[in-house]
Design a binder for this molecule. Sequence first.
Ligand SMILES: Nc1ncnc2c1ncn2[C@@H]1O[C@H](COP(=O)(O)OP(=O)(O)OP(=O)(O)O)[C@@H](O)[C@H]1O
Length: 593
Amino acid sequence: MNARRGIPARAGTAKRDPGMSLLWESLRSQPLRMLTGLMLIGVNRAAFLVLPGSLGLMVDRVLVKHQSSAMPSILAAVAGATALQTLTGLMLDLLLGYSCQNAIASMRTRVQAHIMDLPTSFFDHQLSGVLAARVMKDSEKLRDFIGPVALESVAAIVTGGLAFGGMIFLSVKLTLPLVVLLAVLAGVMRWAAGDVRARYAEIAHLQSIMAGRLSESIAGVRVVKAYAAEPREAIVFASQSQVLEDATVQVQMHQARSTAGASLAFSLIGLLLLYAGTLQVLAGALTVGRLVTYCAFLACATQAARQVGGLRMQFASSLASLDRIASILRESPEDAGKRHPEVPPVTGVVRVHGVSFAYTPAQTVLHDISFTATPGTLTALVGSSGSGKSTLCALLCAFYRPTSGSVLIDDVNLASRSLGDFRDQLGVVFQDPFLFSGSIRENVLIARPSATEAELMECYELVRLDRFVDRLPDRYETLVGERGVRLSGGERQRICMARALLRDPRLLLLDEPTSSLDEESEHYFRETLGHLIPRRTAIVIAHRLSTIRRADQILVLDSGRIVERGDHLTLMALRGHYFRLFQSQPGAHDPAV
Ligand SMILES: Nc1ncnc2c1ncn2[C@@H]1O[C@H](COP(=O)(O)OP(=O)(O)OP(=O)(O)O)[C@@H](O)[C@H]1O
C-alpha cells in the first residue's frame, strides 16, 4: 500500500489467458458478422494494393516501352479498385459499429447479472464505485478492441501479408534478408516493450479506485460537509490523480520511445533495400518498373508493421480491462454447485444447529448458536451492540454460510437449498432502511411487482404510510432521492416494512424495524405484527421493551453466544443479562410498563 497516496502500490500482474478467452468468446458470439468482416477486410486490402501494384506496369509498359494503349486498362483497374475499397470500407464501418455496440451491451448485461448473483461476502471487500466502473468502463473497451484494435490490426496484417507476398513474387533475393531483419527487429521491440499489459492493468485499477472514492465521497457528502472534510477529500483525490497521471505519462513515454525506435529501424531497412534493389536493376536482374512496385509494396508493408506495433499498446490496454472483467466472472455465484432438490413451499420452521460464524478467520463472531422458531411465534434477539444479532439475521437470510453448524428451513439445509426459492418466502427489514432512488410505490413494489393495487393499499395501511404520504404532493409517486435521502428515518423505515409485508412472507426477519418510529407509530406497528404472526415465523431484533416483552422466546446474545433464553418473565426472574438490559431501558422503572 502506498500510504502517502492512499492507493495500493501495484494492481497485480495481469494474466494473459482470461482477457483473451473473454475476447474470443465475445467474437465467437457473432460468427456471421465476424466472418463477413474478415471477408470485407480481405477485399478492401487487396483493392488498396492495386494502386502500388500497377505502378510498375505503368513505368515498364507505358514509360519505358511506350505502350500507351495499356494505360486505359491500368487506370480503369485502379479506379475500380478505389471504388471497391470505398464501398467495402463503408460496409465495414457499419458492420463494426453495430457489432461493437452489441458486444458491449451483452458484456455489460452479463457482468451486471453475474455481480448480482455473487455472495454478500464478495461485496464486503469491494467499493461499489469500483464495481460500477468495471461494468461500465471496462466493457466499453470492447469497442476499442473490435473497432480500432481488432479491425486495424487485421487490416494491417492482411495488407502487410499481401504486400509481402508481392515482394517475394517480385524478388526473392531482396526479400529473404528482409525477413531475417524483421524477425530480429520484432524480437527487440517485444523485449523493449516489457509487460505493457500489466502497466495498463495498473492504470485501469487506479482509475476505478478514484471512481470508487469519488462516488463514496459524493454519497457521504453530508458527513464530508458536517466535519468540514472537503479539503481532506480534495487532497486525497488530487494525490490519487497525481499517481494516475504519473503512471499514464510513463506508459505514454514508453510508447513514444518504442514508436520512434521502430520508425528509425524501418527507415534504415528501407534505405538498405533501395540500395540493394538499385544494384539489382544495374545488374539487369530487375526492371525499373518492378523496383518501383517493390518499393511501393515495401512502403505498404512497413506502414502495416508500424501500425501493428502501435496497436499493440492499445491491445494491451484493452486486454487489461478484459482481464478485470474476467476476474469478476470467475467469482462463483452464491447458488453455484447446489443440487436444488425439489422442495415444497416454505412453511417457516427455522432450526439453527450449533452455528458458529466468522467474517474473517481471525475473529469468530457467533459461537455454537442453536434455537428453533416455528410458525405463529415471535422470537426476539436481544443483546448489547456488536453481540452478533444482525450477523445471525444475515445467516438466516443466507447472505453468509455458517463456518460450522447448519441453518435449516423446514428441515432443509440452506446450504443446499435454492436461494431464489427460499428468499421468495422471506420478508426482511434491515437495520439501515435502504431505498432506491425511484418513487415510494416503486420501492414497495420491488417485493412483488405483480401485486394488485388493493394489496399495495393494504400494506400501506398496515404500516400507516398514508399518514405522511398524504402530505406529499405526488403521494405514493413521490421520488425519494438517492437511498431515500428526501425522507425521514421513520418514513424510510415504514416504506421498508410495507415492502416486507407485500411479500406476504412465511418468514419475517426484522432488524430493529421500529428504531426510528415515534411511540404511536410503534404501538400501531406492534398491533399489526400481532395480527401477522399467526401465519408466519417472526424473528425480530429489538431494543424496545414493548416489542421484546410479548415475544414467545427471547434469545439473549453476548459476545456471539446465547447466554440466556426464555420468555420475558422467566428471564426477569433469572436476574442476569436480560434483567440488566431491561433495567437499563427507558421506562423500565415505570410501573405502567
Ligand atoms: N461485514 C463484516 N465484516 C467483518 N466483521 C463484521 C461485519 N459485519 C459485522 N462485523 C462484526 O461482527 C460483530 C457483530 O456485529 P453485528 O452487526 O452482528 O452486531 P449487532 O449485535 O447486530 O450490533 P448492533 O446492535 O450494534 O447492530 C461486530 O464485532 C462487527 O464488527
